[in-house]
Structures are given as C-alpha cells and as structure tokens.
Design a protein around this ligand. Structure first.
Ligand code: NAI
Length: 506
C-alpha cells in the first residue's frame, strides 16, 4: 500500500524522533533524520538499524524487509535537505520559542501542501502555530514512549488546523500500525489529562496519613486491576517527568482543583528521589528490584465477636453472604448487641461520620469498602476510625482474612482508597467529555492504550456504577469541603438517571 506521506522528515532524533522514524520507514515512507547536535542523526540511524536487526533475529522481519527499511532511512545534513518532504514531524526540545522558530523556518523550506506536525506533549499546538503563514496544515501528532510499542497517537487540531491535515495524519498513523485518536488542543490533550486522577489522588491519600505508598499500590492493583500501583508508576516514569506534567496541566487550567499536584512529589523531586533511575523513589531499588516492606501479619483472634451490619451498607446482601461464608456469627437485631463488631460500608463517607449519623458505638465500628464486587477483587479493604478499639480492628482483620484473601486496614478517610481513586478518574474523564476534548470512544482507546489501565475510565465508571461513583463524589465533597470532588455536570446528569457513561447522545 502506498503510504499517505511519501517523504517524511524527522527533526530531533532523541528517544521520540527515533521511534517515529522507525515506524514511518516501516510503513514504506522515505525518512530523513535531522538534528542540530553533531552526529545525533547518524547515531539515531544506527540505533534504528540495530533495532531492525534484532527484530530480524526474533523472526518479526525478514531480510528483504530489513534491507528495504534500511534503504528508506537516511540522514539530512541541513534543514534545507527536508525540502522534498510532504510531512515533517518535530520531536525537539520542549520549548515554545524553539519549536515556533523551527516551524517558521520549515514552512519556507517545504512545499505549500506539505503537512507539519509537532510531537509536543505539553505545549499548545495553537500557540506553536500562531505565527505561521499557513497554520491550516499544522497539527499536533503526540506519540508515546517507546513509540514502536505504544500503539496510540493523539492527532491534535489547533484552532486553525484544517480537518484534512488531521485526517491524513490519522490515516498515516494506521499505516504505521498505530491507533489515532482525535483531540482538541487543550492542556494535556487526552492521555496526560485523563491520567491526572490516578497519581494525584493517591498522593492526597498518602498526605492525609490514610495509608502508605505500598498499601495504596497493593489495593489499587488487587481491587481495580491496575498493572502498576500509582507509586510504582511514578517511580518508573520518574518524578522529573511526572511532577512537571502535573504542574503544567494544573496551571494551564488556571489552578483547577481537580488537577492540584502534591507537595510530596515537589519535595522528592527537589531531593533527587526521582524513582527507579536514581535507585530511590517511593521504593528503594537494589539491583533493579523494588524493596517492599512485607504486609502486616493477620492477627490471631481467639474469641471472634458476633458481627452486626449496618442496614445502610453498600452491597449489603453480598456483604452478609460473604460474612456467612467466612463463618461469622451474624446478628440480625435492629441495633448491635453490646459485644458486636459493627460493620459499615459507606460510599464516600468516612467511618467516623457514619458512626455518628447512625448512632453506632465508634469504638466497635469498622468500615469495609464494598464498591468492588468481592468475588472480582483479590483484596478486602477495611478502615478504622480514631476511636476503634484494637480488639475490634483485629477481629475484623482476622475475620476478613479467614479464606486466605489479602486484607488491608487503613485509617479513616472519606471514600477508602479505591473509591477515591476510581471516582476521581471517572470524574476527570467525564469532564473531558463535557469539554468536548474528544469522543467518549477515543477517550477509552487513548487511556487503555496510552496509560495501560485495565478499562477505559468510562467503562470503569459503568462497572462500578455511575450512581455509586456520583454518591462517592457527593459525599466526599461533604467530608472534605473540597471542590476537587465536585462532580462534573456530564457525570451528574448520567449518574442521576442511571445511564451508561458510554451512551452517545443522539
Ligand atoms: P530528547 O532530548 O531525547 O531528544 C531531543 C533531540 O532534539 C535531541 O537529539 C536534540 O539534539 C534535538 N534538538 C533540540 N533542539 C533542536 C532543534 N532546534 N533542531 C533540531 N534538533 C534539535 O527528547 P525526547 O524525549 O525525544 O522528546 C522530544 C519531544 O517529544 C519533546 O517535545 C517532548 O515533549 C516530546 N515527547 C516526549 C515524550 C517522552 O516520553 N520522552 C513523550 C511524548 C512527547
């Protein structure tokens, strides 16, 4: 198949430029590499060649393909050498002035119909194009690292971008084996915007002393199915990359509280505890392996008290079956007997508030997170309140671990860990839909491919129930009085009428 663009120029041959050049040549385009740093483009060419040789050894490319690919990948000596390109993709330093200057030069070099694209991850496409004579042919083309493996690309329309330029870039993405998603030019585009919920909410939970890093990572992996916990992920991407993204999206949205970064990462960044690459981040690394403190042991409880479950518990019927299966002595009275362990299962509210509102003895009250179906979860999460007696805490922990399932006991917070993080992710995604930044379908694709979440954020909201998510947010807003938990009107409307979040309006 003839590629959408025959001659492609890549300016900036670092990590991103190399990856883009590789897949462009594999798609059948003639590719020219240009970099201002001496020998950078030849080093990039060499590295891509050895990449292809490795793919050959693994049997993914045959020798003819390798020879043809190599013949298509060449170095340019000056920017002027890109004159014959019908597409130039820029992956240079992330500075608005430098990128704007480059494109001003390029537009006088290439033919009038050539398309110009930037791989910026944080700058405004519209701002880069502001001084161009022909901004209609200029778009964002945001790939992810490592490009050959991360199969999604955001095609970003600036205010003056012609739709035809985006269509051609999207078609070309498919020819390169990638999935294009269409985004409006807004801070963080889709992926870096949708990704704000996971780390920032987890950091907020830590900052409140509710649970430590490792516990939060365990809970989100075991209950929700994330491949990496938020702190493992931050250690992998490194704080010198992720903290500036958090700050940039927050400030570009004029200090919108939903995206508020954390002093925890600011301080760790300043202290050089960046993550894996510096040997210490949230975890310490020895020979590449994270040093993880073992979980606290399950307490031995000789005399298990009877259990009483609040009539207002979420998933109450399932909770009662679970308790029965665990061999608990279940009380059925209207209120707990004087010795009963009292279980509550709120959505969004903290255990303290529930004990006060339901007139329960806080010393015997323990909360359990029932947002997630117990059968679908590898971990149960309990929360104490400041008055919970140690014997009641131990009894609840021991009872819930009877069948061997992992149990975490955290401190009181509105919304446990999974409720808080899931609701924040769904709320931010809903706001992306509300702003019309992309279609709900592209949002789901971008997040699953770009962030590796087990589900798209809207499908995640559907799984746990839009009404439940809404309830968590409403109640957390009450507990914290913090506008960051204000539900997006897009979510509120759907939650209120119990509509699927993937429902597309006529
Ligand atoms: P890098 O630092 O590995 O490579 C940048 C290359 O551009 C260097 O070889 C440098 O010599 C060259 N360069 C700098 N100014 C230049 C100019 N005026 N003309 C020609 N070449 C110039 O950077 P990386 O990581 O490849 O990122 C490049 C761009 O891609 C940035 O805009 C970044 O925001 C964006 N990006 C980076 C991602 C990542 O994970 N690293 C992900 C998505 C986008």
């Amino acid at each position: 198949m003839k590629p959408q663009f025959t001659n492609v120029g890549i300016v900036g041959t670092g990590a991103m430029g190399r990856g883009i050049a590789q897949i462009a040549a594999q798609a059948g385009s003639q590719v020219q590499l240009f970099d201002t740093q001496a020998d950078a483009s030849s080093a990039a060419q060499k590295s891509i060649f050895s990449q292809w040789d490795r793919l050959g050894e693994k049997g993914r490319l045959d020798s003819t393909q390798i020879t043809e690919n190599k013949a298509r990948l060449n170095c340019a000596h000056t920017l002027q050498d890109l004159a014959g390109c019908d597409l130039v993709i820029e992956a240079i330093v992330e500075r608005l002035d430098v990128k704007a200057k480059l494109f001003a030069e390029l537009e006088d070099i290439v033919a009038p119909l050539a398309v110009l694209a930037t791989n910026t991850s944080s700058l405004s496409v519209t701002a880069i194009a502001a001084k161009l004579k022909h901004p209609g042919r200029f778009a964002g083309y945001h790939f992810f690292n490592p490009v050959p493996l991360m199969k999604v690309v955001e095609v970003i329309a600036g205010l003056k971008t012609d739709a035809s330029a985006c269509t051609r870039l999207a078609d070309y993405a498919k020819q390169m084996g990638h999935t294009p998603v269409a985004a409006q030019d807004t801070p963080g585009f889709i992926v870096n915007h949708a990704g704000r919920g996971y780390g920032t909410e987890a950091l907020r939970i830590v900052s409140e002393g509710v649970a430590d890093f490792a516990t939060i990572d365990r809970i989100l992996k075991d209950q929700i199915g994330f491949k990496l916990g938020p702190f493992e992920l931050m250690d992998l991407t490194a704080l010198d990359v992720s903290h500036p993204v958090m700050e940039s999206v927050y400030h570009q949205y004029y200090e919108e509280p939903r995206y508020r970064p954390s002093v925890i990462t600011a301080q760790r960044l300043a202290g050089g505890m960046l993550g894996r690459k510096t040997g210490e981040g949230f975890y310490r690394y020895v020979d590449g392996a994270a040093q993880i403190t073992p979980e606290p042991p399950v307490p031995e409880v000789a005399d298990m008290p009877p259990v009483w479950v609040s009539p207002r518990a979420a998933r109450r019927a399932e909770l009662l079956i679970l308790l029965k299966n665990l061999g608990a002595k279940i009380e059925t009275g209207a209120s707990p007997s004087p010795t009963a362990l009292t279980l509550v299962a709120p959505l969004g509210f903290d255990i303290t508030t529930v004990a006060v509102v339901e007139r329960l003895d806080p010393a015997r009250t323990v909360g359990i997170d029932m947002l997630v179906d117990d059968a679908a979860s590898k971990r149960r999460v309990l929360a104490t309140n400041p008055a919970t007696r140690p014997d009641m805490r131990a009894a609840a922990h021991s009872l819930m671990a009877r069948d061997g399932k992992a149990v975490s006991v955290i401190r009181d917070s509105g919304g446990f860990v999974s409720q808080r993080v899931v609701s924040t992710i769904v709320n931010i995604a809903s706001d992306i839909c509300q702003q019309g930044i992309c279609s709900p379908a592209d949002l789901e694709t971008a997040v699953t491919l770009g962030l590796g979440y087990p589900l798209g954020p809207l499908a995640m909201g559907n799984l746990y129930g839009p009404t439940n998510v809404l309830e968590v947010l409403f109640n957390m807003q009450t507990v914290y009085g913090d506008p960051r938990y204000r539900p997006s009107p897009w979510l509120r409307r759907r939650g209120a009428i119990g509509l699927s979040l993937l429902h597309v309006e006529e």
